[in-house]
Design a protein around this ligand. Structure first.
Ligand code: AMP
Length: 511
């Protein structure tokens, strides 16, 4: 028998098996009315009411529903129930500027756009055929009086979500994630992290980012409670771990640095000691951070590696039985590698040192971008754009980036996109944007600028120019002025030479 693997399975099971238990705890402090504590039965009922609402609007199967929102129970509901109806969810990064959101809404062809009330004013110019705020207006969209039309032919190869991600091009690309990708990612992730109905998961990761790494599906499938948190603040994370009995969280190294900082001022036993397990990805965490997480917080450290293009799970590094005998530093060293392939994944390194992957979690292609899709999947392997190696034990280590992407605080920034904007400043003659190692952000967006003859501009001028045109996290935090930039004989800027000044002495070329 062949039953299509669709993302609907997860909430269906939560409703059937764990209908009565609190499935989602919404953020109390938000501009929309908080949903408070919602049972999985109610999450599923509201999901059906949303589908019926979309039916009433005439939004058909395969059509896109875009959402720009901070973490919220409503966003979670949308991720769980829009794809179940055969429609496609397009979660958008809430930090983007209106023009960037507008591009994504237009490129994905979304007829429906849902906007967080907090972003209502800043995004007022972004239009779609149907636009709703994710507060009261969203509630009006729900139709509890009608049964939704079921998905006519559930298909595991259909697109479940399109997730826009910054890469090597000036414009973001839409990753077409299928139901099958979502399913395999959620199930293998859950298996490797041994999640169960006893877990309480807190969303310290933005849900828009690769659908919260697919964890909302994994958690719903086993009936684990999901706690929403909107703003990342170390002390608040500690308080809520205590309040909700949290056992699992995921996030970039910057999140755990914030928690470590807050823990230094925390009175008494750290909440979740010997109970919480964290899952870290986005950048290679220094082994010192890993040792501190275990010693100062008493939380279990796990690393994964992957991309939005790979659902994201490719490799896992979880302390294995053999590590129990090791001292803390030695264990931290082993956990600082990206990890071993997850079940069903094959990893390789190309002759040029690029990390390659084959897995059922790898994207079907980029939305409306056959050239980029063919390039990424060339030769039957997914090309990650990351440089790395695989050791004798089969562990992948990421040491370099082949692609011109900076990862700051866990979010991708395309150097080219920032260069375009810096270059649009009238005083700038030449620019190269690079990432430099930074304790807080992992990598810091830095612009190296040559001013046009007779022109004047300060670091603050360039930064303000970028902040007005780009999401804040993409704007350079530092600008350095030079008389000229190192170039090859053919005139190409030699970024590796510019990077050398900042990365000399670093073990890896990514941070
Ligand atoms: P995104 O698609 O935004 O999730 O970003 C994916 C990128 O994050 C990868 O291509 C890597 O460059 C980086 N990344 C993710 N996980 C790790 C990790 N564990 N170690 C090093 N880099 C990572």
């Amino acid at each position: 028998m062949r039953v299509p693997l669709t993302s609907r399975d997860f909430l269906d099971r939560a409703e059937l098996v764990y209908g009565d238990r609190i499935g989602v705890v919404d953020e109390p402090a938000q501009p929309a009315p908080s949903l408070g504590e919602v049972s999985y039965r109610e999450v599923a009922r509201r999901g059906r009411a949303l589908q019926a609402g979309l039916d009433a609007l005439g939004i058909g199967e395969g059509e896109r529903v875009a959402i720009v929102s901070h973490n919220s129970a409503r966003l979670l509901e949308l991720l769980l129930s829009v794809p179940s109806s055969g429609r496609v969810a397009v979660p958008i990064n809430f930090r983007l500027q209106p023009e960037e959101v507008e591009y994504i809404v237009g490129h994905s062809g979304a007829r429906v756009l849902l906007v967080d009330p907090e972003l209502e004013t800043s995004l007022k110019g972004v239009r779609a055929e149907h636009r709703f705020g994710t507060g009261e207006e969203y509630e009006q969209l729900l139709r509890f009086d009608a049964e939704p039309r079921p998905w006519s032919e559930p298909d595991e190869d259909a697109t479940a979500t399109v997730n826009y991600t910054s890469g090597t091009t000036a414009r973001p690309k839409g990753v077409r994630m299928t139901h099958r990708n979502t399913w395999v990612n959620a199930v293998t992730f859950g298996m490797h992290m041994q999640i169960s109905d006893r877990d309480v998961y807190m969303h310290t990761l933005p849900m828009f980012h690769c659908n919260g790494w697919g964890l909302p599906y994994a958690m719903a499938g086993v009936g684990a409670r999901q706690v929403v948190i909107r703003k990342i603040d170390g002390a608040e994370i500690l308080r809520r771990v205590e309040q909700h009995g949290v056992t699992v969280m995921a996030g970039a190294p910057a999140v755990w640095n914030a928690v470590l900082e807050a823990a230094a001022d925390w009175d008494g036993v750290i909440p979740g000691r010997d109970r919480v397990r964290i899952i870290v990805a986005g950048a290679p965490p220094p082994s010192r951070t890993i040792a501190r997480v275990e010693a100062e917080l008493g939380w279990e450290f796990n690393q994964i590696y992957g991309l939005t293009e790979t659902a994201p799970l490719l490799t896992v590094n979880r302390s294995r039985a053999e590590y129990d005998q090791l001292d803390a530093d030695e264990r931290a060293k082993r956990l600082s590698r990206a990890g071993v392939p997850s079940l069903g994944t094959r990893m390789a390194v190309s002759d040029s040192g690029e990390v390659l992957a084959r897995s059922n979690t790898v994207l079907a292609g980029y939305w409306e971008n056959p050239d980029a899709s063919a390039e990424a999947l060339e030769g039957g392997w997914f090309h990650t754009g990351d440089g790395g190696s695989i050791d004798d034990e089969g562990y992948v280590t990421i040491s370099d980036r082949k692609k011109d992407v900076i990862i700051t605080g866990g979010e991708n920034v395309s150097s080219i996109e920032v260069e375009d904007v810096v270059f649009s400043h009238p005083a700038v003659a030449e620019v190269a944007v690079i990432g430099i190692p930074d304790e807080k952000w992992g990598e810091m967006v830095t612009a190296i600028v040559v001013l046009a003859e007779g022109e004047q501009a300060s670091e603050a001028d360039i930064i303000a120019h970028c902040k007005a045109r780009l999401a804040g996290y993409k704007a350079p935090k530092r600008v350095e002025f030079r008389d000229e930039l190192a170039r090859t004989a053919t005139g190409k800027i030699q970024k590796f030479k510019l990077r050398q000044d900042f990365w000399a002495g670093s073990e890896r070329q990514v941070n």
